[in-house]
Design a protein around this ligand. Sequence first.
Ligand SMILES: Cc1ncc(COP(=O)(O)O)c(C=O)c1O
Length: 447
Amino acid sequence: MSELTRATPRTPAAGTGLALLGGDRAVPRAGTGGTWPLITTADEQAVLRVLREGPLNAASPGEPEVGRLEQAWAEATGTRHCVAVASGTAALHLALRGCGIGPGDEVIVPALTMNATAHAVCAAGATPVFADVEPGTYTLDPQSAAAVAGPRTAALLPVHLHGLPADMPALGELADQWGIPVVEDAAQAHGAQLDGRRVGALGKAGCFSLHPHKNLPTCGEGGLITTDDDDLHEQLVRLRNFGELEPTGARSYIAHRAALNARITPMAAAFTHSQLSRFDDYARRREPGIRSFLDRLASLPGLRVPQIPAGRTHVWHILRLMPEPEALGLGPEHRTGLRAALHRVLRAEGVPVSQYQVAPLSAQPAFRPDGLSTSDALDRVDELFPVTVAVVDGSLCLQRRHLDPAAGPLLQWYADAFEKVWQHLDLIRRMATSRSAPGWREALRRG
Ligand SMILES: Cc1ncc(COP(=O)(O)O)c(C=O)c1O
């Protein structure tokens, strides 16, 4: 047991009846906070400096903030180049286009990810082809990727989901065999490492989101692309700014490629650069609290906590917990009911668990092959993406804001709540089997 576990007193509620049935909550009302991003005076001053001194726009010659952030993030990831853009989605879109992906190409994407991953492929004019994820890590399964690859496969787009790097050695081997690039979706995984190298340096391009909920936030929207490839870097600089060359003096306004405006604002860049100075410290301070929370949960029977394969680090953007129906004496058909029952009792205790990723991407109308009906898509999804389906149906998540650097004591209350709920498994089983929880299949059928 860690120091933190021993030092934090349990709440009196830990041994009482369930809050759902009128008992005391395990998590005190004042303790439900969790704050992210943490904004300091230095962050505010960085934004004010831009507001007062300008320039307000990244296309203005000599604008210093964007370049400063790019240099710092390239150094942090150990890459030669970084290009800052308008969002994580723009980062993915530009990286794919910069790698030459376009109409007629297929890009392999995990069926379990935020929908932006697949939208970026569509925006590049290519087709997302979905593969399943691995049961232990929830990241792209190389065997499933190999099974769906074909002559039009032009790139792999693994996602370092929730902060854990995907199996890049196996995926890189496939990509090398097929002579195609790997573009990393590292939107949720700033700072995560595989064999001592940071994500963003593991493929041809690494794409990060700076959404305020992400581990490295901005004050609005933003994204970063990292690469070691000089040619790709040059393409990315054009693609974020109407296809124009990087201005050395005044802007040329000559378009060398068809492209939109995907520039980040100097205020967003200044805010993130200021946050970056505390990034490693925040990560260090979060680790013991999260570890000790997971140590306690790992001892509950039938609850799977995140698995971290040797050589990889997890940066805990999201914490996904997987109740295992079979281990709790229930059939697999009660997976959704079990998740819904736990969701209800845990939230009543004050644990803000939520469902994240509410339907496999492959079944969502935007990403289905033309002409595939809803019922055919639903028939296929169980057969082709069993792990994704089990995760969507059965798991619960804690979000980044509940995992802030000072959240250690809060997480101990959450652990109290889990332990209390696990003393009432008979009731949970009855709840899980007595009513069917409405799910994504019904939502998709309703249209
Ligand atoms: C896995 C993943 N990819 C892409 C994105 C898109 O990033 P953004 O919201 O900055 O466009 C997100 C976040 O929203 C994400 O979680």
